[in-house]
Ligand binder design. Structure first.
Ligand SMILES: [Zn+2]
Length: 1003
């Protein structure tokens, strides 16, 4: 008989080589064939609900690695909640309308020579384009291991979605939030559309900075005859807005100086005189008078090149002393401060610019008061840093000797996110949501909250207390942010708060084709008709036919279809061609998804809690975007915030900390699609890498980091494989050993595992996945791989297969591998499920169907103390063994015998909770109550993996630790050195323990 055939050597089909790139797609097919997602949902029908509501990515292009990060984080949360027994459905969504698609589609059509396309044709092409990318992205998201209802996602282009979006809009119209106004909005010249705040990016820009003099008029000159001719100096970086100048603002509380330069007199803010003098190269100047700004009240000036006069107006709120001249040129049609000041003073909102971004006459002023004819038609759009409009204005100023200085000015300036060109600010007729509009039902809440001591003090900015008490949607949103919603990390609260506090009214109309139509009409006088009932009727129509009907039917046909039966207002003669801001699309998902989908309702809850999502999770740019649009729309239309908790993640950045952005022009330097990484490393390594990073800050993408995570992955896989390979003959139903009969070593690892389990679950609950990663990888590398797995080899391989000691260890391994697969499953979605298949007696087909039940494995203080001590002793002894091996005194550690001469001197340490007996006492006269010489030295021998250990209790004179060759002979089967070898003549080359095992093997 070959003794080695009687060993219980490890054996498993769970492969050592991961080969994720091939294996994962096979598993995906298996999940789909088994309808895994549907099965999980069906098994949780009565469970507590957990809803993570998906922020819809844009249906354009391949899945970017940053979008993959977002989806993986969401999937980790959902898989974890499912594992904890909750019903956590995942309804993915896509944002389908908007400029990038329309831009691309129109471009392609033009390239193909089709310039005649009408709105309906463009829209059909846009839909096809969006659907194509939804399919591509769906495949890529699934490939990442993300489970969800992929066949029934929510799409903002679905007619049902569009209809619900319009119904929410109708409610907001009915409550009086929506108004039409002429107001400066961001305007992208190449895209010919108004832009939302979130569609504007700030980039460095070089503008033309000019100092221009405006002559004060007769009234002033009459009062000050000695000072003729007198001017106020203004400074601007947008010369093209000078034709729209209607006023000049000053600060009434600051001091101004009248400076004499040559024969002319200039008013300049006193603190800026020196700077201005330097810029304008005044060689010789003297201050002849100083005065506070309020002396300019009611003064009149003459426009330098238009045939009209303007007023000097106090603008203390924004005229400051750090730059410029102390006088601010005011064009109410081209700036927000300008607009507000103009409104307060009854000025027309004059914007002499057309949709093409060219200077043009406007109806607000008589033509003879407007710009010189030669300026009309000049384009504002810059080419190579210059624009025709700026040049025309500068030329006019030079001719009239009104330009004192001109230079390049470097600053951060808003640009169109799509065309990357500088935007202009331009007043237009648009639809707005009034952010400060209020509702009666909010009054009580405002009273309660604003009376709370410290509520306003704790805010990051100063607010007008009286106004806030009667506040509107803005204050309602501020209360939701601070009192009702949890923000993780908590700085998210300040970020969205800041965005809401300072935001202007929401311009919601776009002059685009690919979007949800605003169902408004115009009467014969050109007055707009927007009515909640008409919007609701339009919603019903669109739910039936899709929103293309709005673009296909004529105004009169549509009017006939949606006009309310009891309509008494003006008759419509034209329809609106505006579409809703795409942020209204995605921001309406509270109505169109959360309140609509049956599987997202929280049974047993009341009020808004029935439909409110538990979690929203998006990148930190969404405080200005989706978080905010969702919050404002839901508060106004549904009466409550759409979310309870909002999580934010950072962005993917490359090694130079440069944001890897999807909108970066000119393609990527290296592939930044999720697919490129998945094809190289496999989805599980990408998922593990996502989990390993603290996503609350920006995440650095580098091959080096992913490779490092790849090593951790191999460590985890090897540990799982080791455990599975020793369970091939273990049937938990038959062979499981009860807790109290497990060996001390197995009880030790299960005790440590229970502690790990508590820490890992807490980290998952706190959404701290990098902590989960650290705890799990550390435990697997240290406690398991370098200690436990190493120590138990001997008993697993050489004990009789059915020996209580081996079955005890298998019981522990079975529990460990089951628990590990479950704890890893939210992150290593594929690998954990693959390993799960090999677990004997697994409770469910897939790990993702299983429920994690916390087992409270507890050991007594005494037991923990003894095992703590044993492991400390092991740590102390291993270096002696290593030294002996290096000196070639012994080969394998099993050849060694360790004699400890003076244990009291060696084992001086604090271990475990028994502080009263903080170290073990081995003296014969006073033995430690928890130390049994026979039992514990035997255990220690196993932990150190040597053949013999002799602890000479008491104070011997000998050296503390002696490593020597073990006594006896080497057992042929287990390689232990034993003194009983040769005593049994039938088995003369093996030890007594092995004879027992061999006998049992025969039987
Ligand atoms: Zn043996």
């Amino acid at each position: 008989m070959e003794y080695k055939d009687t060993l219980n050597l490890p054996c498993t089909d769970f492969a050592m080589k991961a080969d994720l790139v091939t294996r994962e797609p096979e598993r995906l097919k298996k999940w789909e064939a088994a309808k895994l997602y549907e099965k999980i949902q069906a098994s949780r029908t009565d469970a507590e609900k957990f809803v993570l509501h998906d922020g819809p990515p844009f249906a354009n292009g391949d899945v970017h690695v940053g979008t993959a990060l977002n989806k993986i984080l969401k999937d980790i949360i959902i898989k974890y909640q499912t594992l904890r027994g909750k019903s956590a459905p995942y309804i993915p969504g896509w944002d389908c309308h908007g400029l990038p698609i329309e831009f691309k589609v129109s471009q392609d059509m033009r390239k193909a020579g089709d310039t005649s396309a009408n709105a309906a044709t463009i829209r059909k092409a846009c839909e096809a384009y969006a659907r194509k990318y939804i399919d591509i992205q769906r495949t890529q998201f699934k490939r990442l291991g993300v489970l969800g209802d992929w066949e029934n996602p929510y799409l903002t282009l679905n007619k049902e979605y569009e209809a619900d979006e319009l119904r929410l809009f109708a409610d907001i119209v009915a409550k009086g939030f929506v108004y039409r106004g002429k107001k400066p909005v961001y305007w992208s010249i190449p895209c010919r559309t108004a832009l939302a705040e979130a569609e504007v990016e700030y980039h460095d820009h070089v503008s033309q900075s000019v100092y221009v003099k405006f002559g004060l008029m007769d009234q002033y000159q009459e009062q000050n005859p000695a000072q003729k001719p007198t001017f106020v100096l203004i400074w601007t970086t947008t010369p093209w807005t000078l034709p729209a100048n209607l006023a000049i603002a000053y600060n009434s509380k600051l001091e101004y100086s009248l400076v004499k330069v040559g024969a002319e007199f200039y008013w300049v803010l006193s603190s800026l005189v020196e700077t201005v003098a330097q810029k304008c190269q005044w060689q010789d100047y003297q201050t002849v008078e100083t005065a506070l700004g309020d002396r300019f009240l009611k003064q009149i000036y003459k426009h330098p090149f238009c045939n009209r006069n303007g007023k000097l107006l106090p603008g203390d709120a924004f005229v400051e002393s750090s730059t410029g001249t102390g006088f601010v040129h005011i064009a109410p049609g081209h700036g927000l401060d300008d607009y507000n000041l103009g409104r307060q003073n009854g000025l027309p909102i004059y914007s002499p610019v057309n949709d093409d971004g060219a200077l043009a006459y406007s109806n607000e002023l008589p033509v003879e008061q407007q710009m010189p004819a030669e300026m009309v038609g000049k384009s504002i759009l810059e080419k190579h840093g210059k624009s025709d409009a700026n040049e025309a204005v500068l030329h006019e100023l030079r001719v009239r000797h009104a330009l004192l200085h001109q230079e390049n000015y470097h600053h951060s300036y808003p640009h169109c996110w799509r065309s990357k060109t500088p935007v202009i600010f331009r007043a237009m007729d648009q639809w707005f949501i009034k952010v400060d509009h209020t509702q009666d039902e909010w009054k009580k809440l405002f009273e309660e909250v604003t009376n709370k001591p410290g509520w306003f003090n704790s805010l990051p900015m100063e607010l007008d207390f009286e106004t806030e008490k009667e506040g509107g949607l803005r204050v309602r949103a501020m209360i939701a942010v601070t009192e009702e919603v949890k923000w993780i990390p908590d700085w998210g609260s300040n970020r969205i708060f800041g965005a809401i506090v300072s935001r202007p009214d929401w311009c919601i109309s776009r002059q685009r084709t690919w979007g949800v139509p605003i169902p408004a009409f115009y009467d014969a006088n050109g007055n707009a008709i927007l009515d909640a009932q008409i919007v609701r009727n339009a919603a019903d129509l669109i739910e039936k036919h899709g929103s293309n009907i709005w673009f296909e039917k004529s105004a009169s046909e549509l009017w006939a279809l949606v006009k309310p039966a009891n309509w008494t207002g003006a008759e419509a003669v034209a329809k609106s061609n505006d579409t809703l801001d795409v942020w209204i699309d995605s921001g309406s998902s509270s109505r169109a998804v959360l309140k609509q989908r049956q599987e997202l309702q929280h049974a047993g809850k009341t009020g808004a809690e029935v439909w409110q999502a538990d979690v929203y999770l998006e990148g930190s740019d969404q405080h200005r975007g989706w978080f905010q649009s969702s919050l404002l729309l839901s508060l106004a239309g549904n009466g409550a915030a759409p979310f309870k908790t909002v999580l934010t993640h950072g962005f993917m950045v490359d090694a130079d900390r440069e944001k890897i952005s999807k909108s970066k022009q000119g393609g990527y330097e290296k592939p930044q699609t999720a697919e490129a990484y998945v094809k190289k490393y496999g989805a599980d390594v990408v998922r593990l890498w996502v989990a390993s990073q603290d996503y609350r800050s920006d995440i650095v993408v580098s091959e080096e980091r992913i490779n490092k995570v790849g090593e951790t992955y191999r460590g985890i896989r090897n540990a799982l494989r080791y455990q599975l390979s020793n369970l091939y003959d273990f049937d938990p139903a038959k062979h499981s050993v009860p807790d109290e009969k497990l060996t001390g070593l197995d009880r030790w690892i299960l005790g440590e595992f229970a502690k790990l389990e508590a820490e890992v679950l807490a980290a998952y609950d706190q959404y701290e996945f990098h902590v989960v990663y650290q705890k799990l990888s550390q435990f697997i590398a240290v406690e398991l791989s370098s200690v436990y797995h190493d120590v138990i080899k001997d008993r697993l391989y050489t004990d009789a297969a059915n020996s209580p000691r081996r079955r005890s260890t298998q019981t522990a391994l079975h529990r460990l591998v089951t628990g590990l697969c479950q704890m890893l499953a939210p992150i290593l979605a594929f690998t954990a499920d693959e390993a799960w298949e090999f677990i004997p007696g697994k409770p469910t087909g897939s790990v993702h169907e299983s429920e994690f039940k916390v087992v409270n494995f507890q050991r007594s203080e005494v037991e923990e103390y003894v095992w703590g001590a044993l492991f400390k002793m092991r740590e102390l002894l291993l270096p002696y063994l290593e030294k002996s091996r290096t000196a070639k005194e012994i080969g394998k550690s099993l050849e060694a015998k360790i004699t400890i001469g003076n244990p009291d001197e060696l084992f001086q340490f604090d271990c475990g909770p028994q502080t009263a007996n903080s170290h073990l006492n081995f003296s014969r006269s006073n033995p430690h109550p928890n130390w049994d010489q026979n039992i514990h030295s035997h255990l220690l021998k196993e932990l150190v993996n040597i053949s013999q250990l002799d602890i000479k209790a008491g104070h011997e004179k000998e050296a503390v630790v002696i490593v020597s060759k073990a006594d006896g002979q080497k057992c042929e089967r287990c390689w232990h050195w034993e003194t009983d070898i040769g005593k049994n003549l039938d088995h003369s080359t093996i030890c007594g323990r092995c004879i027992e095992a061999v006998m049992q093997f025969k039987a």
